[in-house]
Design a protein around this ligand. Structure first.
Ligand code: SF4
Length: 380
């Protein structure tokens, strides 16, 4: 299959592994943060960590939109779903994420709330058209990749006069999150010094391009390589990062040239800019309050904004005690550092979002490295 098989080719992987081994200086360490959960899963699924020298390490980042949504926003979504007459539409990943008291959308559905899993915003619009007497709320989450479909749905709802459709907007932005990791001392003052570079988001970059990361390279002297999600993409990107570090270069390089350009998708950006504006600040699980890191629906489209349309109650939301998701999302801990991993917390009994989401680090360790992780935990 074009663009898949050749990026999983065993002989090419061996060639790249040899090139990485030859390039990596044994006298130093290389700590590269893969921002996206998609990269984390590619690394584990294809055993990429085993194909690079031990001094080349992957630090898992916060690039899982389900994982970074704090309990408060999930509690708000559950409250919306439990309103009389509301149909809440959500992508499947969100349904089992535990909020305060481990209550989830799935539990609310079992208790009678009308919550429907959808595959796209178009499905949610169809549900709104089919139920004109009900309020249909779409739970919008995700990075820059999933924002254009939410914008398109709002534009379409306005064009068609679909008055019973709104979006609970939780769309977040990647460059401010990376900046926050490098800048905010309350996260971990040593983290910025420890990181030698970033595997940059790839699908996000199809929309925003590689240009928004240039300030990160310039201001913080951290190399960035926009990396595709196939195993050879990741390995080639690691080689590019190692070469930058060895040569003292600090640049944004684009490995994912078959999809990403420097300026991204202008049409999608225009659509998003027309519907959304920056939120002054947004709470991220693990990162805390991050300035200018999320989007809100513009006042002109307030009729389609669930936060304007419904009054949400004040809450005392709480993250699950002992869940290490926040530290894992900051890249300062790994799933093996959580004493609940594989015991109280499994995919069947998730205690935190990182075990639920298909992009979560704990789910990656559970799916691809469960026995080794449990053995490491037992040995400590
Ligand atoms: S194993 Fe479960 S409880 Fe522990 S950090 Fe991961 S999601 Fe949270």
């Amino acid at each position: 299959m074009k663009y898949v098989d050749e990026f999983r080719d065993r002989d090419l992987a061996r060639t790249l592994a040899a090139a990485i081994a030859a390039a990596a200086d044994p006298a130093r360490d290389y700590n590269f943060m893969e921002f996206c959960g998609g990269h984390t899963h590619a690394i584990f699924r294809y055993g990429v960590q085993d194909l690079v020298p031990a001094n080349v390490r992957f630090v898992h980042g916060p690039g899982c939109p389900v994982c970074i949504l704090p309990a408060r926003r999930l509690d708000d979504a559950i409250e919306l779903a439990e309103r009389h007459g509301v149909i809440l539409c959500s992508y499947g990943d969100m349904l089992r994420v535990p909020g305060t008291g481990r209550r989830s959308l799935l539990k609310a559905k079992a208790d009678g709330a009308d919550i429907r899993m959808v595959y796209s915003t178009l499905d949610a619009l169809d549900i709104a058209r089919a139920n004109p007497g009900r309020e249909v709320v779409f739970l919008g989450i995700g990075f820059e990749t999933t924002t254009p479909p939410s914008a398109a749905a709002i534009a379409q709802a306005q064009a068609e006069g679909i008055a019973n459709f709104s979006v609970f907007c939780n769309h977040v932005l990647t460059p401010p999150a990376i900046r926050h990791i490098l800048e905010a001392p309350e996260i971990d003052p040593s983290q910025a010094a420890r990181l030698d570079g970033f595997l940059g988001p790839s699908h996000v970059s199809t929309i925003i391009g590689s240009r928004p990361y240039e300030f990160l390279a310039a201001r913080y002297a951290k190399p960035v390589v926009i990396a595709g999600f196939e195993p050879l993409d990741v390995m080639q990107s690691v080689l590019m990062l190692i070469r930058q570090v060895n040569e003292g270069r600090v640049e944004v390089e684009n490995q994912y040239t078959r999809v990403v350009t420097r300026d991204g998708n202008a049409k999608a950006q225009e659509l998003v800019d027309g519907i959304f504006e920056l939120r002054p600040s947004f709470e991220w699980r693990g990162l805390g309050s991050v300035p200018d890191s999320a989007l809100a629906i513009r006042a002109e489209y307030a009729a389609f904004d669930a936060e304007k349309r419904f009054t949400l109650s004040e809450k005392r939301s709480r993250e699950t005690k002992s869940c290490e998701c926040p530290a894992i999302l900051r890249g300062v801990k790994k799933p093996k550092d959580c004493k609940l991993f594989g015991k109280a917390c499994t995919p069947e009994t998730p205690m935190g979002a990182c075990m639920v989401s298909s992009e979560g680090a704990c789910a990656a360790y559970w799916t691809y490295r469960r026995m080794e992780t449990l053995a490491e935990m037992a040995a400590e």
